[in-house]
Structures are given as structure tokens and as C-alpha cells.
Design a protein around this ligand. Structure first.
Ligand SMILES: Cc1cc2nc3c(=O)[nH]c(=O)nc-3n(C[C@H](O)[C@H](O)[C@H](O)COP(=O)(O)OP(=O)(O)OC[C@H]3O[C@@H](n4cnc5c(N)ncnc54)[C@H](O)[C@@H]3O)c2cc1C
Length: 599
């Protein structure tokens, strides 16, 4: 197979750890085009007018209802975003599909069903299908005339999906693959028509097949009883000598892992966008309630500790939103550059792989912020938050799945660090020279350069120092444990958390700088406040994680020196985060919603 390089002009995945980006290089929601906004508006109206009115019926699994909604969404072009126009799709750019995911997320069961079909159920065909396969399936999948799903997990294997027990054997006449085994937890499985199924050819070579409902020996099990996203379909499926036409092998024998992982890279990125959109809705609901509910003779919004929750929700959403639009812009640039090459499919696959780190960050950070937001929203609602007839109880239950599917957050934390290390070893990401340079800097006498007077100089310094903390702590861990570091997952978890905080801090900082450049300091002042609070608090989290990693990997004098350096990198000017957070909360309460949309 030909190897294709990443386009030279594209920002390398993970390079944010060692390079300093400029605000103008980073996409921000303030740059959304009218077309992109219109897509968002269409999606939002669809959910408001078509989905929310029937949410209760969906929760009770009314037969055929979710499928009919997906088809209606298809008529409006909301299900064919990733499908190129030549195959009947909308061929949307990455930023538009991000807007779409955010705006479809008001009702989680619908967004999960949408993602199962239009995301992970479609991507394998778009990037790995033959011309015949694409022509046959994509136009009908784009319009949701056919509904698809992604079948990787099994009862015995989830995180270690490559250990699949499902088998595929070619018949003696070479015309069919015969599948035997079971898949589990299949979103949309109860009503899907096309099943993207992973199975091992001859029990060895992990591969991928297109299976249609109705094939002999193919059976769909009953709906699982779930904690949340009850309106979505989740079923097991069974293959008992199920013959699949030979031409329904997707990509190549043994190519299944590549398909599975690159598809998940797309899914993980989108999951962050769904979480960001969902969190905004919950913040809005909590804000309204906090003004209506009286305690001790005044609205609970007036109490500092309630007010603080609203401000903090908006601040954390800002971090997720800034990261996902930054990543969407980066991926879109790389995809555009890749489209000019001769082997586009290979080039697109390279792009998906390249941003695996940023996609995992989107998934993990997005799902953890959404969990934080729904939890605090329940608290704002008090006892009514615990009541199923009020909106936040369902949001709380629905949110929980996001840390589990599309690779658990533990698996994604491992992916983030593993990818970084592989690239460092290959030399495609110069982490090792950066760590060595840092060693030199630590030995050198302190610098007496005049401090910068730039408005964001302090934040720039804090972000750069967070990057140094990562290099120091990861260097210490790699030096101590080398190949055995995989046995010390707690350290890897802490290091991955630093990576995520660094990406979030820098993305929020660039967003604030961009907002000031575009709209002026005065009208961006609350966004800047939010950015300052986020960066200040994130620096605390970085310091703690770095200390944890260093304490577990260095000893004696080495440990003392390294911990001293972590302390030095964490040094920063005091920020009155309470006052700034209050200003953010005031903006939330004034608009009764997330105040930085499109800013
Ligand atoms: C509602 C729902 C919808 C789903 N939809 C789909 C779908 O459409 N298609 C599909 O294929 N799958 C789907 N899944 C399956 C989902 O992707 C898996 O549940 C998930 O990947 C975890 O696998 P598991 O449940 O087997 O957990 P396990 O792999 O058994 O993990 C259990 C725990 O162990 C941890 N763990 C496992 N391995 C490691 C490790 N190496 N290091 C550290 N910790 C580890 C995990 O993080 C987790 O905390 C869905 C699941 C649910 C609940």
C-alpha cells in the first residue's frame, strides 16, 4: 500500500505541546460563516420542532419513531454531512459538521442515534468503501432512507475490541463470507438496515463487513434496559452462519483495526461537540431556574455559591468549545490540503490518524465537562433536580454514557499518551529535543529579561510553563520506567490530563485574544475574564498532576530538583477568580444562556 505523507502546511497533531501557536492560526466560533450558522439554525429548529415534542414517546420506545425522525432529518440534509456530494450527501466541511453536532444535542437520545448513523455508521463507507460500495449505499444512507450502525463491541470484548470472537470464513466457492458470533450494545441496531460489522477472518485477521438486515442467520436481540439515553436503540445482534456477499468486505482483509480506529477518531471528535452543545442547553435551563426559585426571600441565583456554579459551567464549556472549534479548523485545513493529492482516500485517512490526540481530548474533556455541568445543574435544582418531571434529571442520566462509549475515558487517556510517545520515538513530533532543551534551561541561571507588557503576557507565561511541566514530568516518567511505563497507568493518566489541560488553556487563551482583536477589549471583557479564570485554575490542576507523576517516578535529589521545577513553573500572579467568575455568571443570567456563543 502506498504511504501518504501529511500535507506539509498542516499543523502536526500534538504539536501544541511544543510549539507556540498564534491567534490568527486558530479557528474560533467568531469566524463561523453565514452558511455554517444556517446549518446550525436548521438543526436547532429541527430538534425544537420535531424531536422535543415527542421526547416522552421516544423515552418509552415508541416503535418506529426514532427511525422516522432520522429520516425526516435526512430530508433536510441533516444526516449526510460527512457524505460527499457526488454520493448524494451534503459534503459538509469539518466546521459545519461540528456546528451540526452541537446543535442536534438538545435531546441526547436523538444526538446519539444521529451519531450512530451519520457518524460512525457512515464514516467507514465514506473513507474505506470501494466505488461500487459507495454508489450502492451512500446515497441512501445520506438521506437516512437506509439507517446504519457500527458494530464493534461484543459481550466479552469492549475496550479490547481487537480480540473479537466473531469469525468470518470464506465459503469453498469463494462467493460469501460466513459470519458467526455476537455483537453487543449496538446503537440504532433495533431499526438499522446496514450494519458495519467487525469480525476476524479465519479467527485471525481483524476485518470489516457490510451486513444488511435480512441476511440469513442474522438476528437482532431485544432492547437493553439502560440508565439513560432511553430514547435510543441499543441491542445485541447475532450471527449464526450468516452468509455475507464476498464483495461486502470493506477495505481489505486484516484492515479492520484501521477502519475501527479511524472511524472512532471521527466519532470521538464529534462526541466532544455533542457534549458542548448539550452542556449549553443544561446551563440555560439551570440559569432560568436559578432566577425563578426563591429561598430565604430571594432568587437562589443571588447566592454566591449558586452563582459560582453558573459561572464555572460557562467557563468550562468555553474551554471545550474553544478546543473543538480549534481542532475542527485544523482538521479542515489538513483535509483541504489533502484533497489536492492524487490518492485522496489515503490522504484523508492520514489526516484522521494525525489528529487522534486532539480527537481523544475532545471526547474525554467534553464528556467530563458535560458530567460536571449536569451534576451542578441537578444541585441548582435542589430536590427538583432529583425529580424525573424536571429537565435536569434526564440530562444527568443521559450524560453518563459519554465517558464510556467511543472508547472509555481511561482508554482514551492511554491513547493520548501512547500516540505522543510513538511520535516522539519516530521523531515526527520532536518531544525529545524539546525535553532536552528544557533540561538545559533548568541548569541555566535565571533570566533577567524585561517582562512583557502585553495584556495577556501572564497567561502566555502560564500556558508555556504548563507545557514545560508536561515535558518535565513525562521526561521523568519515561526515564525511570522506559518500556515498563505502560505498567504505571496512573502516571500515564496524570500526564494525559496535563496534555488536555495544556490544549484547553492554550485554546481558551487564543480564543480570548482573537475575540479582543475582532471585537475590542471592552465587548470581549467577560470572555477574557472567563479565560483568565480557566487558565488560573487549570494551572492548579497541571501542577497537581505533574507533582503526582514526578513523585511516582523520581527519587532523592532528582525528585527534589524536579519538584522544585514544577513549583517554579506553577508560579503565577494571584487572580481574584471569585470576582471574575461572578462577572461570567452575571452574563449567563442576563442572557439565560451560555454567553460566548459565536464570540
Ligand atoms: C448505550 C451504549 C451504546 C453503545 N453503542 C455502541 C455501538 O454503537 N457500537 C459499538 O460497537 N459499541 C457500542 N457500545 C459499547 C461501548 O463502546 C463499550 O461499552 C465500551 O467500549 C467499553 O467496553 P466494555 O463495556 O466492554 O467495558 P470494559 O472494556 O470491560 O471496561 C470496563 C472498565 O475497565 C476499564 N478498562 C478496560 N481496559 C482497560 C485498560 N487497558 N486500561 C485501563 N482501564 C481499562 C474501562 O475503562 C472501564 O472503566 C455502546 C455501549 C453503551 C452502553
Amino acid at each position: 500500500m502506498a504511504t501518504t505523507a501529511m500535507p506539509q502546511t498542516a499543523t502536526r497533531g500534538g504539536s501544541f505541546l511544543i510549539e507556540t501557536s498564534r491567534p490568527e492560526e486558530i479557528f474560533s466560533p467568531a469566524q463561523l460563516s453565514d452558511d455554517q450558522k444556517l446549518i446550525g439554525q436548521t438543526a436547532e429548529e429541527f430538534v425544537t420542532n420535531e424531536v422535543l415534542p415527542v421526547a416522552e414517546r421516544l423515552e418509552h420506545k415508541e416503535e418506529g419513531l426514532m427511525a422516522s425522525l432520522l429520516k425526516k432529518a435526512g430530508e433536510l440534509g441533516l444526516t449526510g454531512g460527512v457524505v460527499p456530494e457526488e454520493y448524494g450527501g451534503a459534503g459538509l466541511d469539518k466546521i459545519s459538521t461540528t456546528v451540526l453536532a452541537e446543535k442536534l444535542s438538545h435531546y441526547a437520545s436523538f444526538s446519539v442515534s444521529h451519531g450512530g448513523h451519520a457518524g460512525i455508521g457512515t464514516v467507514p463507507l465514506v473513507y474505506y468503501g470501494t466505488e461500487e460500495q459507495k454508489k450502492k449505499y451512500l446515497p441512501k444512507i445520506a438521506s437516512a432512507e437506509l439507517i446504519s450502525c457500527y458494530c464493534l463491541s461484543e459481550p466479552q470484548v469492549g475496550s479490547d475490541a481487537q480480540n473479537s470472537l466473531t469469525r468470518a470464513v470464506l465459503t469453498a466457492d469463494g462467493k460469501h463470507w460466513v459470519l458467526n458470533g455476537q455483537k453487543m450494545w449496538i446503537t440504532n441496531g433495533g431499526f438499522a438496515d446496514v450494519f458495519i460489522v467487525f469480525a476476524k477472518v479465519d479467527g485471525e485477521k481483524f476485518s470489516c463487513f457490510i451486513v444488511e438486515k435480512g441476511y440469513a442467520g442474522f438476528k437482532i436481540g431485544g432492547e437493553e434496559k439502560k440508565m439513560g439515553i432511553k430514547g435510543s436503540s441499543t441491542v445485541p445482534i447475532f450471527f449464526d452462519n450468516c452468509p455475507v456477499p464476498k464483495e461486502n468486505l470493506l477495505f481489505e482483509i486484516g484492515g479492520g483495526f484501521k477502519i475501527a480506529m479511524n472511524t472512532l477518531n471521527v466519532g470521538r471528535f464529534s462526541l466532544g461537540a455533542y457534549c458542548s452543545g448539550g452542556a449549553k442547553v443544561v446551563l440555560s435551563v439551570a440559569s432560568k431556574y436559578s432566577k425563578e426559585r426563591l429561598a430565604f426571600g430571594k432568587p437562589i441565583a443571588d447566592f454566591g455559591m449558586v452563582n459560582e456554579k453558573l459561572g464555572e459551567m460557562a467557563i468550562r464549556i468555553l474551554a471545550v468549545e474553544s478546543m473543538i472549534y480549534r481542532t475542527a479548523g485544523t482538521i479542515e485545513n489538513a483535509m483541504t490540503a489533502a484533497a489536492t493529492g492524487s490518492d485522496k482516500t489515503q490522504a484523508y485517512m492520514k489526516v484522521l490518524e494525525e489528529y487522534a490526540i486532539e480527537s481523544s481530548i475532545s471526547k474525554v474533556y467534553g464528556s467530563e465537562v458535560l458530567d460536571y455541568v449536569v451534576d451542578e445543574a441537578v444541585q441548582v435544582y435542589g430536590g427538583y433536580g432529583f425529580h424525573e418531571e424536571y429537565p435536569v434529571a434526564r440530562a444527568y442520566r443521559d450524560s453518563r454514557i459519554n465517558r464510556i462509549f467511543e472508547g472509555t475515558n481511561e482508554i482514551n487517556r492511554l491513547v493520548i499518551f501512547d500516540m505522543l510517545m510513538k511520535r516522539a520515538m519516530k521523531g515526527t513530533l520532536p518531544l525529545i529535543p524539546a525535553a532536552m532543551k528544557l533540561q538545559g534551561e533548568l541548569m541555566a541561571p535565571p533570566s533577567f529579561d524585561e517582562p512583557s507588557t502585553d495584556a495577556f503576557a501572564e497567561e502566555e507565561r502560564v500556558v508555556e510553563n504548563a507545557k514545560k511541566s508536561f515535558l518535565l514530568a513525562s521526561g521523568s516518567a519515561v526515564q525511570r520506567y522506559q518500556q515498563k511505563l505502560a505498567d504505571h497507568q496512573e502516571i500515564i493518566g496524570a500526564l494525559s490530563s496535563i496534555v488536555m489541560e495544556v490544549y484547553a488553556m492554550e485554546s481558551v487563551l487564543r480564543r480570548a485574544q482573537k475575540a479582543v482583536a475582532l471585537r475590542g477589549a471592552e465587548s470581549s471583557s467577560v470572555l477574557v475574564d472567563a479565560a483568565r479564570v480557566f487558565i488560573y485554575d487549570a494551572a492548579d490542576r497541571v501542577e497537581k498532576a505533574a507533582r503526582t507523576a514526578v513523585a511516582a517516578s523520581a527519587e532523592g535529589d532528582m525528585q527534589r530538583i524536579a519538584l522544585g521545577a514544577v513549583k517554579r513553573f506553577a508560579k503565577r500572579e494571584a487572580v481574584d477568580t471569585i470576582a471574575l467568575r461572578r462577572r461570567v455568571a452575571a452574563a449567563v443570567l442576563a442572557a439565560d444562556k451560555y454567553p460566548f456563543e459565536g464570540r
